[in-house]
Design a protein around this ligand. Structure first.
Ligand SMILES: Cc1ncc(COP(=O)(O)O)c(C=O)c1O
Length: 379
């Protein structure tokens, strides 16, 4: 019999030494209080109609509709797009996976602009892609560099990914810059609009104007369906015939998740109130944080804030927040240039107050005023 350790040789050789995407694992809190502001989730429950749709399926023992007819029709209405160009998946990560299955062969290149959503690098390299990074400019603009993006294209480039608004910096890139990239490159350009509903802006129109645009969205954030896993994309007409070849035959969106997503779209007016409340809270947090000595919260078009702290490393502050039951995201990888930053999403007003109080107290007690760097203030 083979010993358990020897079984690791069955794992694909390319995987054995790969570090996977770690979505900010935090130590567990010793106290009962847990305030989770680390995964950009919504503080609101799913909409009333979505909750009813979930309840209505409690007794069901059936597979979902394999063609996702109703779900894709609802998403197409929401996007004002032809239904045949809409692809749905178990979260946007799954839609990215479908895209990778469709276009990536080992050695192909994918261009991203870091700091950005970490899944792009881990997921596409898993499919054999070489990741080329054309970094964003520095703070506070975190500007896209369209000329450098275009110059980075090679004959192996299959995809450019633009996260707009960008996670974790929170900023929105100008429409003209994204348009410039799309019309200048011979490959696909995926625009990840996971936070579009908070920014009130979309590059959706580019998908009508150009044949190489993929628009990607999720129901995780504005619709509070993170746990149900529904993401979707509007893909170029030319790719549509190949989709059935790479999507699982029994469909990867559960019947409950599909029903919740359809109902959420029907309940959009109620969700708009949540979006407005989140943006209002975000602006309140922004003002509070910027009033703290040496702290810079960057402007955000999303449901989270990137915050630079007056320290050289945000790690000990994040650890202390976690000890107090407050979880936020940090970026220890030096290449991202965000070691002194944390990312915090908007929670309930009560949760946000706890975060604001704790972070202020920790900064005051852990770092005597004369020892705080003013690097943040200058950045
Ligand atoms: C920019 C961006 N894209 C995609 C996702 C993944 O969304 P989903 O929950 O639909 O997989 C996230 C989640 O945080 C995100 O920030």
């Amino acid at each position: 019999m083979t010993d358990a350790k020897a079984l690791t040789r069955l794992v694909k050789s390319g995987l054995r030494d790969k570090a996977s995407y770690a979505p900010g694992v935090s130590p567990s809190a010793p106290t009962g209080r847990v305030v989770r502001l680390d995964w950009n989730e919504s503080p609101f429950p799913p909409s009333a109609k979505a909750q009813q749709a979930i309840i209505d399926l409690l007794q069901s023992s059936r597979y979902p509709d394999f063609a996702q007819t109703e779900l894709r029709a609802a998403l197409a209405r929401y996007l004002d797009a032809p239904v045949e160009r809409v692809v749905a998946g178990a979260g946007l990560d799954d839609v990215f996976n479908t895209l990778a299955m469709l276009i990536i062969e080992p050695g192909d290149e994918v261009i991203i602009s870091e700091p950005t959503f970490g899944v792009y690098r881990s997921l596409f390299s898993l499919h054999g892609a070489t990741i080329r990074n054309v970094p964003l400019g520095g703070a506070p603009e975190f500007a896209l560099n369209p000329d450098a993006l275009i110059a980075a294209i090679s004959d192996r480039t299959k995809l450019v990914i633009i996260c707009n608004p960008n996670n974790p910096t929170g900023n929105l890139f100008p429409m003209g810059q994204v348009d410039q990239v799309v019309r200048s490159v011979p490959c696909l350009v995926a625009i990840d609009e996971a936070y579009a509903e908070f920014s009130g802006t979309s590059h959706r129109a580019l998908a009508d104007r150009y044949p190489n645009v993929v628009i990607l969205r999720t129901m995780s954030k504005f619709a509070s369906l993170a746990g149900y896993r529904v993401g979707y994309g509007l893909i170029p007409t030319a790719l549509v015939p190949y989709l059935p070849l790479v999507t699982p035959p029994f469909c990867n969106v559960s019947a409950v998740a599909a029903a919740a997503a359809i109902a959420s779209i029907e309940d959009f007016a109620a969700l708009q109130e949540n979006i407005a409340a989140i943006c209002q809270e975000r602006d309140r947090m922004f003002a509070h944080l910027n009033a703290l000595h040496g702290v810079i919260a960057y402007p955000s078009a999303t449901n989270f804030l990137l915050v630079r702290l007056p320290v050289t490393d945000a790690g000990p502050i994040a650890d202390e927040l976690a000890r107090r039951g407050v979880f936020i995201r940090r970026y220890p990888n030096p290449s991202l240039g965000l070691i002194d930053c944390i990312r915090v999403n908007v929670g309930t007003p009560e949760e946000n107050d706890i975060f604001l109080t704790e972070v202020r107290e920790i900064l005051e007690t852990m770092i005597p005023e004369n020892e705080r760097t003013m690097e943040g203030a200058r950045a």
